[in-house]
Write a protein that binds this ligand. Sequence first.
Ligand code: SF4
Length: 82
Amino acid sequence: MGVDFPAFRNKAREVLNGVSGLGKEEDWRALLCGDCPFYHHGEEENEECGSYRLLRALIEAGALDLREALRILEGGHPEDVE
Ligand code: SF4
């Protein structure tokens, strides 16, 4: 697919494996902001760009499935997510 998004993949894997959740703001930042070049942990934590808001809304509504997103980002062969 030509994309990487290691922070998203790591957090999504943690959520899917039950290691962590998406209950706190910091969880969403780890999932959606971790790969953003504008993100500086601990700074501007109250600001939300349109992409952040859109992706969070889609995930919370169940319209974007983390398992499917991870499968696609990892080339369709996630080893530890099923
Ligand atoms: S809110 Fe948007 S611009 Fe800001 S760090 Fe997250 S993804 Fe990047």
